[in-house]
Design a protein around this ligand. Structure first.
Ligand SMILES: [Zn+2]
Ligand SMILES: [Zn+2]
Length: 200
């Protein structure tokens, strides 16, 4: 990674220039991880629709790709793999458990022939955004340990689900009391809710 983590500010520095990396740039990195995951997941579905793997193998590959990506994002949110604690792993585990449950239902629908090839591929890809949640949860866990406050603001340009609106925090709030984007949210954190952090 060309980034170095600065523990006291909970921010990344560019390893070359020493400058702080903008939060929007950090989120870009998360987004590219999500895009790569989406390609991978759709690839698994494509192999399935081509009859090259069976449903069980498809589910195994989906689960494996999701796990790797959630962990990568959690590590990125926490400031590196070595910063991950049991709390972080617990949150990733809970997120994955939810995805595996959906994956079980997905397998059933496939077995019953309820999906066209295109639908199967699209649905496989839709799991990717879940990994964004692991980034935010890890980040919130780490920042919470060192007493950060946060605001969670709605992006004026984006459409919001009902949950996002209720999670808005306009004043500085202890981060433990702020819901990370994508957690218990219909949009999966896709709505670009804006976060600002501060240590009080
Ligand atoms: Zn939402
Ligand atoms: Zn939102």
């Amino acid at each position: 990674m060309p980034y170095q983590f600065d523990q006291s500010s909970h921010r990344y520095r560019d390893a070359e220039t020493g400058r702080f990396v903008k939060y929007t740039q950090v989120l870009e990195t998360v987004n590219s991880e999500i895009s790569r995951l989406e390609v991978r997941l759709k690839g698994h579905a494509r192999l399935l629709t081509q009859g090259k793997i069976d449903i069980a193998e498809f589910q195994t590959r989906m689960a494996q790709s999701l796990k790797e990506s959630h962990l990568r994002n959690a590590a990125f949110g926490a400031g590196g793999v070595q910063q991950l604690t049991s709390t972080h792993y617990g949150k990733v585990g809970a997120q994955l458990k939810k995805q595996y449950k959906y994956l079980h239902g997905f397998g059933q629908d496939l077995a019953e022939g309820k999906l066209t090839k295109e639908q199967a591929i699209k649905r496989a890809g839709s799991y990717a955004k879940s990994a964004r949640t692991s980034f935010f949860e890890a980040e919130f866990t780490s920042r919470g340990k060192v007493g950060f406050y946060a605001k969670r603001l709605l992006d004026a340009q984006a459409r919001h689900c009902q949950s996002c609106i209720s999670y808005q925090r306009l004043t500085w709030t202890p981060i433990q009391n702020v819901t990370p984007p994508g957690v218990d949210c219909e949009c999966g954190g896709n709505c670009r809710c804006r976060l600002v952090f501060r240590r009080v």
